[in-house]
Write a protein that binds this ligand. Structure first.
Ligand code: AKG
Ligand code: FE2
Length: 667
């Protein structure tokens, strides 16, 4: 296998709702990181290790049912807070106490100002996230158990955190209240207590012993009623009682006490509550206590085909307790270096009738594909060897505006007849072969962003490259065509055939339009086919997709062809725009792709003007895409030699019987 370097960065999958609030500026993040690093070297090692941990956020969020907060500090499900992560700057009086108490802000610590240090940070407005507040209030009223995690950036811990993300234990909320800072800005806080007070904290420094925790009833924070609003508030500060009922005019009236001097009272901190279980109303009839913090291995239910959405969940390794996303088609492989734990998945064939029947086709065709007439030229059709083909010119764009006449390329959409798909070694056979090859050849999800770092993001689909090495969005290794499965080689030959057919037809039809003055052919568009020497195979589970990107690497020839197998999908094109106009899914041209369809994109400048994406609708889809990697554009002689070796078509594929079915390669 040959390693290939990263070249292009595509817009990758969206993995969770984005929260602007929690995103810290690069400068502030750097300040924070250096503060944390400085502190970390001084800290002692913890006496134990976390029950579950992760070095990457995607592993953590995909593996833990109680924490899917890809971008925010808390995870809410069904309006209830299920998990929370303490990381970065804390707020005033936040604490993690070894006797089973945590006090933290709701909706994160203080905002980070550019150039800030932990002492100079100030609130710029009332703080709090209404969703988090609502989720926390509901968790309090329903007695929800909450998984608490600590990040390596949290300065609240007395020992060095062993991993980027470390699970502490199950906690539950006992109090929620509002406070007001020196500038009058309001923020919300909560107190949590550990569900099981018998559990000793693993995170206190090695060699320390923890004094026994107080028991329920040992301490009680007194309650007073406000003279103005008549509502009760606990005395939470040692210096004074104040009304904590935020709308009241006497709210947070501290008298002579300075905000900066406030301390939580001993009684409040030592007050303990017995956890009586989650409210039966939300727990399904009986009080519910938390399960193990270590989730069980994923289960493939009876009837599952193996590519259902829920099987994309990550793994908590039963050997090392590290979290890994499901990055292998073949199953769940622990990412921890040296661990080697694997849990292989089973996958059953899916009947063609299940993924591509008339009901699915009809419901799909009811969603009318977009066609922005100003952006596309006049389509023409032809039939060839069991396929109906539609060829559509794409128009040149300058700063997003179409030149109404100049064609920069063509899109050819090949739709096979049912007979063609069902023929020996046709689309139906390929589809049934591929899920096994994807397992054998270890198709994988690869990093698209922040490679190697804790915020690394991997693609939603699984990939394997065959033939010449392709400088794809991600670092991808290539398997030679001689080691490729026959199904892959047949697809390659079929795409070569389709590429040639499409270009021959396009030359005739576009030249005819040119003759009638209806179109003008861009200089960059030549009607010659350069044989493919590469094939990128992608496997999609239910709900996977490939987001907006172009295939415009400078090492590529002018033609890209894709065979689509399995779930129907929508392929969309949008003009490449700059800045804020780029946002939104402003497709100008959609193709509905069904099982067995082939799309040929011809014309390098298509990728200068447009981006495309593909969204499948179903449980399993494969896309096999072929390109020509221009050897003379590769960097070194060694790269060229390798590309030639990997991309050579093996003898067996040139045998006349190899591609049985309607389409002999017409080389
Ligand atoms: O899944 C598909 O049909 C398209 C894949 C694609 O766009 C690509 O590999 O660049
Ligand atoms: Fe693409």
């Amino acid at each position: 296998m040959a390693a290939v370097v990263v070249k292009r960065v595509a817009s990758s999958e969206t993995i969770g709702p984005s929260s602007k609030r929690s995103r810290k500026s690069g400068g502030a993040r750097r300040v924070l990181k250096s503060l944390v690093n400085e502190r970390a070297v001084l800290l002692p090692e913890p006496r134990g290790s976390p029950p579950v941990w992760a070095d990457k956020r995607q592993g953590l969020c995909s593996a833990l049912p109680y924490y899917k907060g890809y971008q925010s500090g808390g995870y809410i499900s069904g309006n209830v807070l299920m998990g929370s992560l303490l990381d970065g700057f804390p707020a005033e009086r936040d604490l993690v106490d070894p006797n089973g108490v945590i006090i933290m802000n709701i909706g994160g610590g203080r905002d980070v100002a550019e150039g800030a240090t932990s002492n100079t940070r100030e609130r710029q407005r009332d703080q709090g996230c209404p969703l988090m507040l609502r989720g926390s209030l509901r968790a309090l009223s329903k007695n929800q158990y909450i998984g608490i995690m600590v990040g390596e950036m949290s300065p609240l811990m007395p020992s060095k955190m062993p991993h980027a993300y470390n699970v502490l234990d199950w906690y539950f909320i006992t109090d929620i209240w509002a406070e007001k800072d020196v500038n009058g800005f309001k923020f919300w806080k909560m107190k949590l207590e550990i569900v099981n007070p018998e559990n000793e904290p693993w995170w206190v420094p090695a060699g320390t012993t923890v004094s026994p925790s107080p028991r329920p009833g040992d301490y009680e924070a007194p309650i007073q009623h406000c003279e103005v609003c008549r509502k009760p508030s606990k005395q939470i500060f040692s210096q004074t009682w104040t009304c904590l009922n935020y709308p009241c005019s006497a709210f947070f009236n501290l008298g002579d006490v300075k905000f900066a001097d406030l301390k939580y009272s001993k009684k409040f901190l030592k007050e303990r509550t017995t956890y009586i279980g989650k409210d039966p109303e939300v727990a399904g009839g009986a009080r519910e206590f938390p399960p193990s913090l270590v989730p069980t291995l994923p289960t493939i239910a009876e009837g599952d085909a193996g590519t259902e959405k829920h099987l994309k969940q990550g793994l908590v390794c039963p050997r090392c307790f590290g979290c890994s996303p499901r990055s292998h088609w073949a199953g769940w492989f622990c990412d921890t270096p040296g661990c080697g734990f694997k849990f292989e998945s089973t996958m059953r064939p899916i009947a063609i009738s299940e993924i591509d029947n008339s009901t699915i086709r009809m419901s799909f065709e009811n969603r009318k594909p977009k066609r922005h007439e100003g952006m596309v030229g006049i389509s023409s059709s032809f039939s060839t060897e069991g396929y109906e083909v539609t060829v559509t010119p794409l128009l040149d764009l300058l700063n997003g505006e179409p030149n109404p006449k100049r064609a920069v390329g063509i899109l050819a959409h090949f739709r096979p007849s049912g007979e063609t798909r069902a023929a020996l070694n046709g689309a139906d056979d390929s589809f049934q072969d591929l899920h096994e090859h994807a397992t054998k050849d270890d198709w994988m999800r690869l990093p698209v962003r922040h490679k190697g770092g804790k915020s690394e993001i991997i693609t939603s689909h699984f990939a394997q490259n065959y033939g010449a090495q392709y400088k794809y969005v991600v670092s991808v290794a290539s398997k030679s065509f001689s080691d490729a499965p026959d199904t892959v080689l047949r697809a390659l030959l079929r795409m070569r055939w389709a590429g040639k057919q499409a270009i021959d037809h396009a030359e005739k039809s576009v030249k005819e339009l040119e003759g009638n003055g209806k179109v003008e052919v861009a200089q960059s568009l030549e009607f010659s086919f350069v044989e493919f020497n590469e094939l990128l195979a992608l496997g999609y589970f239910e709900d996977d997709k490939i987001n907006w990107h172009d295939d415009g690497e400078d090492t590529l020839g002018p033609t890209v062809a894709t065979i689509s197998l399995g779930s129907p999908s929508t392929m969309s094109f949008r003009p490449k725009l700059k800045g804020k106009d780029k946002k939104g899914n402003n497709s100008v041209f959609d193709l509905h792709l069904f099982h067995g369809d082939i799309v040929v994109m011809h014309g390098t400048d298509i990728h200068r003007c447009y981006e495309h994406r593909v969204i499948p609708h179903g449980k399993r889809r494969f896309a096999l895409t072929s390109r020509h990697i221009s050897l003379d554009k590769l960097d070194t002689d060694e790269d060229r030699r390798l590309a030639q070796e990997l991309g050579a078509i093996p003898e067996r594929a040139l045998h006349p019987d190899f591609l049985t079915g309607p389409n002999q390669p017409t080389a």
